[in-house]
Design a protein. Structure first.
Length: 160
């Protein structure tokens, strides 16, 4: 939330430091004492340093930032994103609007995997989807192809 705390991680060059961190405006202030006699940062303890602040990754690094997903009309489509930590909650969006579970659309979570399952996919299900958490997102484009149920009904009605 705007004005609220921001979580991230700062990297110290000496892993033996015991430290405290204060993040502000894209930088971390780190302070503490090195447990190592030869501190490779050339700072003698107790020391303070300003280090670049890196946001803690919410999503696993091995997945693409955007994926194309194909589904057949009337079939099911599964959109999957991998979070870095199993306890992370995600929110799913379609065309920028928050999705709610329904009889055809539901969310699954197992370990670090988060899935949005769309059953009986139709023309209205095609679009841009995103899996979002912690101000970060993974995007998907869902395309639904094939003969749609409404077209089949129209064809049968006019062929008799």
């Amino acid at each position: 939330s705007p004005g609220g705390p921001t979580w991230g991680s700062c990297r110290m060059c000496d892993p033996n430091w015991t430290m405290g961190l204060l993040q502000s405006h894209g930088w971390c202030r780190a302070w503490g004492r090195s447990q190592s006699p030869a501190a490779p940062c050339n700072l003698s303890p107790p020391s303070a340093a300003f280090l670049p602040w890196m946001p803690t990754p919410v999503f696993a690094k091995e997945q693409p930032a955007r994926s194309e997903v194909q589904a057949k009309a009337g079939g099911s489509a599964t959109l999957s994103c991998e979070v870095a930590q199993a306890g992370t909650e995600v929110t799913w969006y379609k065309d920028g609007k928050k999705l709610s579970a329904s009889s055809r659309v539901h969310v699954e979570a197992q370990g670090c995997s988060r899935r949005l399952v769309v059953q009986q996919a139709g023309r209205a299900d095609a679009g841009e989807y995103s899996c979002e958490a912690g101000g970060q997102k993974v995007s998907f484009r869902l395309d639904v192809a094939g003969q749609f149920a409404e077209n089949s009904l129209d064809y049968r009605r006019w062929s008799h």
